[in-house]
Design a protein around this ligand. Structure first.
Ligand SMILES: NC(=O)c1ncn([C@@H]2O[C@H](COP(=O)(O)O)[C@@H](O)[C@H]2O)c1NC=O
Length: 202
């Protein structure tokens, strides 16, 4: 099955996988507190605005994963002190679904939200997941690893993630049977102490 891009989000571990039919020549590159999704040096030129972006941004108050330019404002709002639910919901709503041939949804999540966050109820690190589609804006707290994808699996659904560290999470989502894996990133930890890892295949 092809689900396009997907995030898996849990309280202390999460991941993002790029799967792509149209733009497979891409890589995940760690750059300080971010992971950039970008064309490989040999990729054909394109003016598609949706294929290069930060897929991960780590802040002191949580690690953000997602499939587009909304990751940056989510991280910035979180760092400014917005509650996790609101930091996720506002950029999704204002940027909306992608204006491409597929009305591709924006998907995102925040891992390792601090316990004091007023919009999570977890007794420990919290997590929120969300998506904006043409027909819905869905944002919710999750207490177990949860997946949302751009296509088919486009509402948050429980996901059986075995990994508990960033490196294994990146590897596990890359190796998942969903078709057309391109690259991935994993995050683990909680507010103030995160690990990040990328995987670009063998
Ligand atoms: N985030 C990404 O890496 C990404 N890659 C491709 N897209 C969009 O999704 C469309 C379909 O891509 P594909 O055939 O690779 O699933 C592309 O034309 C592009 O508008 C993306 N946008 C959202 O997922």
């Amino acid at each position: 099955m092809y689900v396009g891009r997907f995030v898996v989000v849990g309280p202390t571990v999460g991941a993002y996988r790029v799967s792509s039919r149209s733009f497979p020549n891409r890589q995940a590159t760690e750059r300080g507190d971010a992971v950039t999704i970008e064309p490989t040096p040999d990729a054909p030129e394109t003016d598609n605005p949706y294929i290069s972006y930060n897929g991960v941004r780590v802040t002191e108050r949580g690690a953000v994963v997602g499939n587009g330019s909304h990751v940056d404002p989510i991280a910035e709002k979180l760092a400014l002190g917005y509650p996790a639910r609101d930091a996720l919901a506002e950029p999704l709503l204002s940027l909306d679904f992608e204006k491409d041939d597929y009305d591709t949804p924006r998907i995102a999540g925040i891992v390792g939200v601090e316990e004091s966050d007023p919009t999570t109820t977890a007794d420990g690190p919290g997590a929120v997941i969300g998506t904006v589609r043409r027909d819905a804006l869905l944002v919710e707290e999750v207490t177990e690893p949860t997946l949302v994808a751009t296509y088919e699996e486009d509402s948050p659904t429980a996901f059986d993630l075995g990994a508990s560290d960033a490196e294994s999470a990146a590897r596990e989502v890359y190796d998942h049977e969903f078709e057309h894996a391109v690259c991935s990133a994993g995050v683990s930890g909680s507010a103030g102490d995160f690990d990040v890892s990328v995987y670009n295949g063998e």
